[in-house]
Design a protein around this ligand. Structure first.
Ligand SMILES: Cc1cc2nc3c(=O)[nH]c(=O)nc-3n(C[C@H](O)[C@H](O)[C@H](O)COP(=O)(O)OP(=O)(O)OC[C@H]3O[C@@H](n4cnc5c(N)ncnc54)[C@H](O)[C@@H]3O)c2cc1C
Length: 486
């Protein structure tokens, strides 16, 4: 008889795991509390405007391609992928830096800002490529069970790069503060300060400058739709509006889950919901990590987000725009060292309709505004409005146009929504940071140490935050289940 697997949640990691497990012959069902699949990557469609609620940067196209290749498919079978040119724009208080779609253009831009900087940049990116090859082909494919997984000829000869930080490496090579911020930006996706992130993680800089920034036509939700189609074609059953209330254990092994008050027998249970929340579905004696454990982890930031429909095309913008006109370090301190609402926040704005006219009605612009903030902050409608006004005023000044009077509507999303929509710990947006002390075997485990047949996946376990790591996390846990549960 085929073993049954119940998966909690329908984020990227759950969808990925479901495909591998169904292919391996398990009877797989996904239970998602919300009314649509995709987790943090859901979509908002309003009055002809299409917004990706969460992720908007499509980096590491090779990982998406490998995922679909594992099922004899290609991304091309599901969505059209375009390389963005330029990749993005960074607004500083007195200057704009444009990141092109290949190294020659980027070197030219670096030279414009700091004469002689293109040579160290090429060297830095070449080392970042070396890190990328090791990280993606070796390190991230390990299930995080033992420290020995990290020991290889490649890692031993580069061990110093786990103890130096990105921040110190970048500062050794570049003097101009704008170039320093440009090179520190990609590791923010890992959820920690560049001064806390090992220099080995410069592989994110290769992902940025070497592999480029891409856009699936129709938005990031096209990836979710593709994975759902693939999963269903492999026999996965997906149930939405299905809140998992309890994981039941019998004689040290999982027996069933309670979904909307109904008990569903399961041989194996895999949770792709936030790890902390998943453990609260167990009786306390079956939980592996204490409240103190979670409280001491470095969580990736939460975010204040606005989804705004504009009744005209805006000028001086690109698809991706970073606003680094205030101090990077001060904002990072407000997130990590002394959590509070930032005095002068950096922010990011995504206008997918600049390159993809399917995202907004004719002559209109779809705008997604994001301010990273510490998880667990007080979240009120007054604070949201206050910060909206701050960033819109700065946006108008830096892009030299009036936009307030062209707003048709705005929706917001913040700490309280991350908690109510996703059961997110302290309202974190993208999981647990990848610091040295929270990497690989030091992250919460894929397999429960206390309950047989219970597994976890997603951005709080290995390898970490981001869409590509979530796809990998699903594959890692599926491999582990296959190995353990034959
Ligand atoms: C604002 C934002 C911007 C981001 N930007 C990027 C980006 O540009 N590029 C990038 O690569 N990554 C980005 N990320 C990170 C990326 O989106 C996440 O790492 C990834 O989507 C996490 O997937 P997951 O499978 O771990 O979990 P989730 O997407 O969180 O899925 C977990 C699911 O479990 C469900 N669930 C929870 N509790 C229960 C329950 N009791 N019963 C049933 N279901 C339950 C939730 O509703 C949710 O659907 C961003 C994230 C956010 C929030």
């Amino acid at each position: 008889m085929r073993k049954t697997i119940s998966i909690i949640g329908s984020g990227f990691s759950s969808l990925s795991a479901s495909c591998y497990l169904a292919k391996a012959g398990y009877k797989v069902s996904i239970y998602e509390k919300n009314d649509t699949v995709g987790g943090r990557a859901r979509q908002l469609v309003k009055d002809g405007f299409t917004f990706d609620i969460g992720p908007s940067w499509y980096w590491m196209p090779d990982i998406f391609e490998k995922f679909f290749n594992d099922f004899g498919k290609s991304t091309k079978d599901y969505y059209q992928l375009d390389k963005l040119s330029p990749a993005y724009k960074i607004f500083f208080s007195d200057e704009v830096i444009t990141i092109g779609d290949h190294m020659d253009q980027i070197c030219k831009e670096f030279e414009r800002i700091e004469s002689g900087s293109s040579k160290p940049l090429r060297k830095f990116i070449s080392q970042a490529q070396d890190h990328y090859n090791i990280a993606i082909n070796k390190v991230v494919l390990k299930p995080g069970i033992s420290p020995l997984e990290l020991v290889s000829k490649e890692t031993i000869t580069r061990v110093d790069r786990f103890f130096k930080t990105i921040s110190s490496e970048v500062r050794k090579k570049f003097k101009n503060p704008k170039l320093i911020s440009t090179l520190e930006f990609p590791v923010l996706f890992l959820g920690a300060k560049p001064s806390q992130t090992p220099s080995f993680y410069s592989f994110m800089n290769f992902a940025d400058f070497g592999l480029g920034t891409w856009h699936p036509k129709g938005g990031m939700y096209e990836i979710v739709k593709a994975m759902k189609t693939l999963a269903e074609s492999l026999g996965v059953k997906i149930y939405t509006n299905s809140n998992v209330e309890k994981i039941n254990i019998s004689q040290g092994k999982v027996s069933s889950i309670k979904v909307n008050s109904k008990t569903i027998d399961s041989d194996i249970i895999l949770s792709g919901a936030d790890y902390h929340h998943s453990e609260t579905l167990l009786d306390p004696n079956y939980r592996q990590y204490t409240a103190t454990y979670w409280n001491k982890r470095t969580f990736a930031p939460s975010s204040l987000l606005f989804y705004v429909g504009f009744n005209k095309k805006l000028k001086n913008i690109e698809h991706h725009n970073l606003f680094f006109d205030t101090d990077f370090e001060t904002h990072a301190e407000d997130i990590y060292d002394n959590p509070k609402w930032p005095k002068k926040p950096l922010f990011y704005v995504n206008f997918p309709s600049v390159t993809d006219n399917s995202m907004a009605p004719d002559g209109c612009e779809t705008g997604f505004f994001l301010i990273p903030i510490a998880p667990g902050l007080e979240d009120t409608s007054e604070l949201r409005q206050q910060y909206f006004d701050i960033i819109i005023n700065r946006f108008e000044h830096l892009t030299n146009q009036d936009i307030k009077k062209h707003i048709l509507f705005k929706e917001s999303f913040c700490v309280n929504d991350f908690i109510s929509e996703y059961n997110s710990y302290k309202g974190n947006a993208y999981g647990m940071a990848n610091t040295l002390k929270q990497t690989a075997f030091l992250r919460p485990k894929l397999k429960s140490k206390k309950v047989d047949g219970l597994y976890f996946t997603g951005q709080l376990t290995v390898p970490g935050p981001g869409v590509p790591p979530s796809l990998i996390s699903g594959k890692l846990v599926a491999n582990l289940i296959n190995k353990n549960e034959v």
